[in-house]
Design a protein around this ligand. Sequence first.
Ligand code: NAD
Length: 261
Amino acid sequence: FLAGRGALVTGSTSGIGHGIALLLAEAGAKVMLNGFGKPEEIARARAEAGAAMGTAEAPYSGADLSKPEQVRQMVADAEAALGTLDILVNNAGIQFVAGVEEFPDAKWDAIIAINMSSNFHAIKAALPGMKARNWGRIINIASAHGLRGSPEKVAYVTAKHGVVGMTKVVAQEVAKTPITVNAICPGFVRTPLAEAQIGPLAKQHGVSEEVALTDYLLEKQPSKRWIEVEEVARMALYLCGPGSGGVTGTALSIDGGWTSA
Ligand code: NAD
């Protein structure tokens, strides 16, 4: 059902973004990838998405999303490579964990730029084309941390709350058009970003990695299991699919019950 649609998924060389890019491609969209990684990892991601699209490799932008001018260039490159940019998934993100007094200024700036401001710059650049073609889907991958706080994640929680707010405003501005703007708020998803937090937690609390996962990392996730990348990707696919046009300005949770508390 996405034949003829063009999609740009940021941070799609790994994790959630990679999963979303694959499902969009399988549903018929032409997808441009973005993100960092070793050359062979990027090549593999492009080949996998390409296979789903029936081409050798998916188009790719190496834009550094901490730089607004590179975000704008990425959107222009996507429009040129795909012919039409109908679906924008703002997914790239990083994490850093430290108490507020020890939190390095540079990490604050990077997280605000990549996890929040890049969404603004990409939306601003992509909206005129969506309006001209009278259809669009903007999906911001926020987090349960866009709706709840946790200690030692000041930049991440601030950025993700900002993304949820940005989603509401842009949705209202385009509400009379066939463009929808939504946030997806996952709990802990099994990806490199989340798995990297287990080792330090195990060390900090003197417990095994198994206990660090269930008792500390998933402390707030009542299901006590990872959300899988494909589950998040299926939610993104739903937002692009038939019957989704009335869903806009929302923050959709997929968090094993976290935000029910
Ligand atoms: P990941 O580390 O597997 O992937 C992150 C992607 O972003 C990679 O492709 C990376 O290269 C890219 N990236 C990082 N910095 C970039 C930059 N400056 N410019 C361009 N690309 C950059 O992480 P993930 O877990 O798949 O996270 C994806 C999104 O989902 C993030 O926004 C994250 O905050 C959010 N999220 C993750 C979880 C989780 O538990 N994994 C939970 C909720 C929300």
